[in-house]
Ligand binder design. Sequence first.
Ligand code: BDR
Ligand code: CA
Length: 328
Amino acid sequence: KYFHQILLFWEEKMKQKIIIDTDPGKDDALAIILASNSNLFDIKAITTVAGNASIENVTKNARYILKLLGLNIPVYSGEKNSNKKLDSIVQGKNGLSGITNNLKADLTKNAVKKILELIEKNPYEITIVAIGPLTNLAKAIKKSPEIMKKIKRIVIMGGALNVRGNQTKYSEFNFFEDPLAAKVVLDFPTEKILISLDVCNKIMLQISDFEKISNNKVRKFCLKIMKEYIPYILRTEGFNGALMYDPLTVYSLINPSACKFKKLKLSVIPYGINEGQLIEDEKGNEILFVKNIDKIKFKQDFIQILSKEETLLNSKELKDLGEETKQK
Ligand code: BDR
Ligand code: CA
């Protein structure tokens, strides 16, 4: 028994410490489930940022996802002022359309403060998984670059380098929403990994893939959100499948050997008609640009991780999904 306790202790210690900065968002929801179900991360906090929907809605959605997963992780909301606040069409009305959610947003408005506090408490150990507009991170950098230098790395979903943007011809949604913040973060000298549309456009799942998830409850949740997401993606982006944007950031930490990285100097155009455009820039900061991800491996790992039974989905929330709650 004593040996088992030591093992558990080490397992906890070996986990990568992360903060997920997010605007859920259906693919954000998948990223959170992938991270928590993999059991490889110590998720210190979820910080929310306006993007796919208003700060109220994305914060409610974050609380809902955690409740559904039975996870006790603190949620800290960001402030309201991301530049544009265009709701994302692919995510539906409240960012997680198809799901009724009566939770309170309970806006704490202290995301930036908590990010800085957590980094100070865990110097050089925290990875920030940034899967929404980069508003909170840019604010944290402006407020205390010294503390932000003590992060381990940032993994970002955003930008489109050699492919068409999904918001304008040149800009991807997260960078377009707050281009200046994207520039501040990309120019900040720390280890960064970037998952842009260049790789995202190659990786999508079908309903038949989600049907293979053997954890009954996770599968039902995924099917519920994906059944609406896939037709939206087809209508707005022209891709026939669920594009896996945000889960790819988490996956690059879970299985880096399935990813091909290239060091590039990149920056972002902050203003004007090309605002939000990701560009190569000799004066820019070096970043690990993910060129490719093995899609077969991703699919296998994704299904296997989401199939794990440890997830303690909350049965009341599942009833609200209108699904039967009996265990398989
Ligand atoms: C990004 O925009 C959002 O709609 C998704 O959640 C993802 O973070 C893709 O462009
Ligand atoms: Ca997102």
